[in-house]
Ligand binder design. Structure first.
Ligand code: MG
Length: 279
């Protein structure tokens, strides 16, 4: 993979080779994978590895997904997403370790997750416990030779930066999603990218608008139609020395998703050309 190569985030469905063939049909050869638990078992990694080799798709990141997560509105996200909710924490930490092992088995460098809303008060017991949990996960990832990446958006960049510094593990990185910053109303994405720059190893090309109602999420939009400012986003990635892929994320399904992804590819190619970002 070369810096700024385009890719897409994809599930693996029932047949990984079919899902990855669809990535190639879009003209792409990198992907972030959202495998779900079913591929974590004995034969799963081998099956996915084979599908990657057959299709020539390079996996740049494996995304953890946890049963019971819901994104209906902000209070629901707080209650159900990531490693912050205490009731599900032990099981999800175990699952995260399994996703990291899977990542290593398919020879992908990064595992990523939404860990939930990081508490703002760094003196609170909740915050200190979360630091410890992520330290343990990073140590597991380090033994497997992988990075563990935090997806941006649920907290401000300041809170995320302090958390990364408090965890203090060299393999703790960031998968930067500029649209999430808008959807959760957690700050201006370009300023956030500059602040977190040195930790960013993955980037989602997603767009959106801020929420207009209390406790609601904003609206995800086709790339270029939200408030991220895609040209500024790519220019800033270049400025911070980013070397990863540009992974298109469009959180709808069906035919419209494919159309929006194709339009996103065309937009990203033209912005790359304008900025002289050859991949
Ligand atoms: Mg994302």
């Amino acid at each position: 993979m070369k810096p700024f190569d385009l890719g897409v985030i994809t599930g693996l469905g029932d047949a990984p080779a079919e899902s990855l063939k669809r990535v190639r049909e879009l003209g792409l050869h990198t992907a972030q994978l959202f495998p779900g638990e079913k591929y974590l078992s004995a034969a799963g990694p081998e099956q996915v590895k084979k599908a990657l080799a057959e299709t020539g798709v390079e996996a740049t990141c494996v995304f953890c997904g946890f049963p019971g997560e819901r994104y209906d509105d902000i209070p629901t996200v707080r209650r159900t997403v990531g490693l912050v909710p205490r009731d599900t924490r032990v099981a999800r930490v175990q699952l995260t370790r399994a996703f990291i092992d899977f990542t290593a088995e398919i020879a992908c460098p990064n595992t990523a997750a939404h860990i939930g809303f990081i508490p703002e008060d760094s003196t609170a017991a909740d915050y200190r416990d979360l630091v410890k949990v992520v330290q343990e996960i990073c140590d597991h990832a380090a033994r497997a030779g992988r990075n563990f990446c935090l997806e941006t958006g649920q907290e401000t960049a300041d809170v995320l930066l302090r958390f990364i510094e408090d965890v203090a593990r060299p393999n703790l990185k960031v998968n930067f999603d500029p649209a999430n910053m808008l959807l959760y109303g957690s700050g201006e994405p370009i300023a956030a990218l500059k602040l977190l720059g040195q930790y960013v190893v993955g980037a989602h090309c997603k767009d959106g608008k801020r929420p207009t109602e209390q406790d609601k999420l904003g609206h995800e939009m086709p790339l270029g139609q939200g408030d991220v400012g895609i040209e500024r986003f790519l220019a800033t990635l270049n400025q911070i020395g980013y070397k990863g892929a540009l992974t298109i994320e469009r959180e709808i399904s069906g035919d419209q998703q494919r159309k929006d992804i194709l339009a996103a590819i065309a937009l990203l190619e033209s912005v790359k050309e304008k900025l002289g970002l050859k991949s």
